[in-house]
Design a protein around this ligand. Structure first.
Ligand code: SAM
Length: 334
């Protein structure tokens, strides 16, 4: 089959699927309580794509070249019986299946997820300091429970990555402690630059701790060597501990944007296709799906959207664009 390429020649390889806009955390930079309080209107159940609808759309994406599917949210583990979705997606041939989660429910869910066919999990964890972590998640959730979730995932046989978003003044004093905690565990730790997306009104470049700074901080304590990229669309720059204790990665989405290799599409919980994390408007796939479109018709629709794709927000980011309204991270899932 002829590869599907966008206007910059980028293939469609990865699909990130948000399965809910709800979350059990209220991370201050993502779902602040002032916005996501008691009376916040989350999507209604009938607005969400059903698991069968998600699986159907995903099988069409797989036909178009998608090889990696990542389930995200909101918090994917708060969607009831999400392991059933994992089972349905696992049945699509040739797909590697990952999930991004805050890890809070992993102790209860890890085994069921593995049985259903999940291959790997990324756990978001911005600090291993309990007080800092509780302040960041803003629901007083103890860090130990997330660490237990990571252990449960590994024990169940999942490959584990840990992602930490770094915001200056919020958790940058805990970068080396995070590195220390995961050195030698076999889990990959990645640091992500704080982006101007979602509820980051007042986001300033000064809030961003650059990947270079992060590498220098860790390297000063544990010497590091760069690892050449394994794939052209790799988002993380990787470094290996010289003493053999494993690897870290840094995702420099702000200071060294990588739109050139971006092969990701994002499907919102209500079935809107976004071709960039920063694209405010998605393309509605739910309507054709519910109006009885055939797989060929859905594939044609997606093909047309991808072929016209011109997004490269991060590379074009300027002081002006960073003030514009952006899609919610809790809606599109990062
Ligand atoms: N609830 C799941 C989780 O915690 O991983 C999945 C959804 S969450 C929106 C996905 C990731 O986006 C989290 O790692 C979160 O820290 C990250 N995120 C949210 N806002 C961000 C921002 N402004 N810059 C960078 N990452 C952000």
């Amino acid at each position: 089959m002829e590869p599907l390429l966008d206007t910059f020649g980028r293939p469609l390889e990865t699909l990130r699927i948000s399965v809910t806009d709800r979350c059990n955390f209220r991370c201050v930079y993502c779902m602040p309580k002032e916005v996501y309080g008691r009376d916040h209107q989350f999507l209604e159940r009938k607005e969400l794509l059903s698991f069968e609808e998600i699986a159907r759309v995903t099988s069409v994406f797989a036909r178009l070249g998608v090889r990696t599917v990542r389930i995200t949210g909101g918090e994917p583990l708060v969607r009831r019986n999400v392991e059933h979705l994992v089972e349905l997606l696992h049945a699509i041939p040739g797909i590697e299946l990952a999930m991004t989660t805050n890890g809070a429910l992993l102790p209860q869910k890890a085994e069921a997820l593995v049985e259903a066919g999940l291959d790997r999990v990324t756990v978001s964890l911005d600090s291993v300091d309990d007080a800092t972590f509780r302040a960041l998640n803003d629901v007083d959730f103890p860090v130990q429970k997330v660490l237990d979730g990571i252990d449960a995932a590994a024990a169940a046989g999942l490959r584990v990555k840990v992602n930490a978003v770094v915001k200056r003044g919020a958790n940058d004093d805990g970068i080396v402690a995070l590195a220390d905690r995961f050195r030698g565990t076999g889990h990959t730790l990645r640091f992500i630059e704080y982006m101007d997306v979602g509820h980051t009104n007042g986001w300033r470049l000064d809030d961003v701790v650059s990947s270079d700074e992060i590498v220098a901080m860790i390297g000063a304590v544990h010497p590091l060597d760069p690892v050449p990229p394994a794939r052209p669309d790799e988002t993380a720059r990787r470094y290996r501990y010289r003493d053999g204790a494993g690897e870290i990665g840094v995702i420099a989405s702000v200071t060294q944007p990588f739109c050139g290799g971006c092969s990701r599409a994002r499907l919102s919980a209500e079935g809107r296709l976004h071709t960039c994390l920063f694209a405010l408007k998605g393309h509605d796939l739910r309507a054709p799906l519910r109006l009885g479109a055939s797989d060929d018709e859905l594939a044609d629709g997606i093909r047309n959207i991808w072929r016209r794709r011109t997004d490269r927000y991060s590379e074009l980011r300027t002081a002006k664009t960073s003030g514009l309204h952006k899609v919610e991270m809790s809606y599109i899932g990062g």
